[in-house]
Design a protein around this ligand. Sequence first.
Ligand SMILES: Cc1cc2nc3c(=O)[nH]c(=O)nc-3n(C[C@H](O)[C@H](O)[C@H](O)COP(=O)(O)OP(=O)(O)OC[C@H]3O[C@@H](n4cnc5c(N)ncnc54)[C@H](O)[C@@H]3O)c2cc1C
Length: 422
Amino acid sequence: MSQPIEVDVVVVGGGLAGLSAARRLDRAGVEWLLVEASDRIGGRVTTDTVDGWHLDRGFQVLNTAYPRVPALVDVDALDMRYFTPGVLVRRCGELHRLENPIREPLAAASALTSGVGTLSDRLKFAALATRCATLPPAKLLEARETTTQEFLRKAGLSHRMIEEVLRPFLSGVFADRSLDTSSHVFAMVLRSFARGRIGVPAAGMAAFPAAIAGPLPYPQLLIGARTLSVGPGMVVTEGGEIRCRAVIVATDPPSAAALLPGLPTPDMHGLTTFYFGADRAPLNEPTLVLDGDRREIIANTVVVSNAAPEYAPTGKSLIAASVVGVSAPSSASEAVIRVELSRLYGAPTDDWELLEVINIPNALPAARVPQAMLRKPVDLGDGLFVAGDHRDSPSIQGALAGGWRTAGAVLSWLGARVGAGR
Ligand SMILES: Cc1cc2nc3c(=O)[nH]c(=O)nc-3n(C[C@H](O)[C@H](O)[C@H](O)COP(=O)(O)OP(=O)(O)OC[C@H]3O[C@@H](n4cnc5c(N)ncnc54)[C@H](O)[C@@H]3O)c2cc1C
């Protein structure tokens, strides 16, 4: 005689995808449990608070235009602190501004004849951003899929505009310098940047997954329980076996591949964040600074506390510098980063305190062509399902949308009533 079913669904992994899936399962009224290996929920979105500094585990931002964000949380309650729309580009010793043509149309128009790129580049980029911001996503995904590099060239942008602005910017977004990310992923990223605002919760990025988990019954979140194996109707954790009807594996891609042999998973890109504390901010605005001199060491840097003073103790400034890839921390790498930051800000950095170097080898899945309209299959058969940023798109939105979509597939499979408001 088979053992009794303990729960309907087990969600493995308490990152954004797992939490999003749990929210949908909970609303549909099925019995579910979420098992998370680490000591906290949030996965790749988490914050360490040390001596008055909020250090997100890898600098990242929440974009308010991600559709699933307001669907899951009250954005006002997150107490968001926003960065400036647009970026500053350091080139040949000067800082040039590139405005967001959708969010700051007047400023963008007045800067058409100055700053980075030619007038033609700025007009073409504004047209591209407007197109991505205004066309429905389905239309954007109908366009021929190619690499981001080819897409930008086809849009008529000059080599200099691509190399001095877009490559440094996108290398931080995709954790990859190659620009071979799918144009469909790029179009959705540009859409979000053009339509939304980017920022961080005053209490740190960890406040975001905490808000998603807020309405969930806490006892159903089993924290510190690593899953060792999954199979049809069964999850084996370090704490024992759970019987279930369906399993959603919502782990990071390498862990998903280990739990679900045969699952195609993408290569992963690494990111390193250097956090420095300073007595004085090297810039007086909350704006991302890019390296237009093509040295390709720092992808982007920002004075985080100019947007979110809560990230630093009173009277101090927090500077984040994002570097593509990971390497063992050393005094040589720190010295190089200090020199580069000094050049990017035009300010001395030798009295800055290095607070932490955060290496994340599996920061983001590669999203090369083809990306299956950003909806890869999630139903693996026999009640096994998979969710995460590697099934949709490599972003917060991709993880949230993926978890929601997979929970919907599970509910259909269970024959349960799917909750309203899909
Ligand atoms: C440095 C950095 C910067 C980023 N910047 C941005 C940005 O600015 N904007 C943006 O949109 N996105 C950004 N991202 C990407 C975004 O954070 C991720 O796409 C998203 O958080 C992925 O969520 P997920 O739920 O798919 O996976 P994860 O967050 O990896 O969650 C998976 C969870 O599964 C757990 N787990 C793994 N194995 C097991 C097991 N065997 N048993 C139980 N649990 C297990 C893990 O502990 C983890 O909690 C960034 C990511 C990083 C790392």
